[in-house]
Design a protein around this ligand. Structure first.
Ligand SMILES: [Zn+2]
Ligand SMILES: [Zn+2]
Length: 96
């Protein structure tokens, strides 16, 4: 691996999760979100992760609403089909 971004000559042990800078063991900042080179990178990653989560939730709810829409449509088609079958039955039976 390359040298630490902040200390030339010191071997990097990891990379910043956000910007990818090589970091030595004394430069890495370990947080809940991962390993970063600075507080800014940790903050950016956190904001980014939260935004991604929000987007995922939005997508999931959109998908769910679309599925309920399709389910409603299927129900309407089924009801119409039943009504049509009854209608045909009535026509065949009583109207000749
Ligand atoms: Zn960084
Ligand atoms: Zn370093």
């Amino acid at each position: 691996m390359a040298d630490c971004f902040f200390h030339t000559g010191r071997p990097a042990v990891t990379r910043c999760k956000q910007c990818g800078k090589p970091l030595c063991s004394s430069c890495r900042k370990i947080t809940e979100e991962g390993i970063f080179c600075s507080d800014e990178c940790a903050k950016t990653a956190k904001i980014y992760a939260e935004r991604m989560k929000q987007m995922e939730q939005q997508k999931a709810s959109y998908r769910a609403s679309r599925w309920t829409g399709i389910a409603k449509l299927i129900k309407i088609i089924v009801v119409l089909g039943i009504l049509f079958a009854i209608y045909k039955y009535v026509v065949a039976r009583f109207i000749r």
